[in-house]
Design a binder for this molecule. Structure first.
Ligand SMILES: [Zn+2]
Length: 143
């Protein structure tokens, strides 16, 4: 047929599949996946949760209150008492550091929830997810 497509037949001459060159596959992959309704899980891999960072923060916890595991999204009302025990996650840990800054993404509305641990108090900020952020930038800077 072409250098890019090799149809494969069994010994009775029945078509059993097709082999595409890497080049051809790259070109048609999206259409093929779309038309077959296959979700490409590798298209936009979620970054793994930095659970190790959270563990480190817990290890060196020197705030004047116990470790907090509850997360609440002020934007959509999503809430959990212990984010780490939710399966599937209601909130994904997106960052944690020794300064006491812990961020989550709300799996329901994509809001960003930041828990700021200060010595004697805890402050929570909720920032609704904005999809337009990147596209408006694109418009502004595109040629
Ligand atoms: Zn939410």
């Amino acid at each position: 047929m072409s250098d890019h497509i090799n149809e494969l037949f069994d010994r009775d001459g029945n078509l059993i599949g097709a082999l595409l060159s890497a080049e051809a596959w790259t070109v048609v992959k999206k259409q093929v996946l779309d038309s077959l309704g296959i979700v490409d899980k590798h298209a936009q891999p979620e970054k793994p949760e930095p659970v190790a960072d959270w563990e480190t923060l817990k290890e060196y916890w020197d705030f004047e209150y116990p470790v907090d595991t509850d997360v609440t999204c002020e934007h959509c009302g999503n809430t959990t008492q212990d984010w780490a025990s939710d399966d599937p996650r209601r909130f994904r840990l997106t960052s944690a550091n020794l300064a006491g800054l812990v961020s989550f993404k709300c799996m329901q509305c994509q809001s960003k929830i930041v828990k700021k641990h200060f010595k004697d108090e805890l402050k929570t900020e909720c920032t609704p997810y904005r999809d337009s952020k990147d596209t408006s930038k694109e418009g502004r800077y595109s040629r």
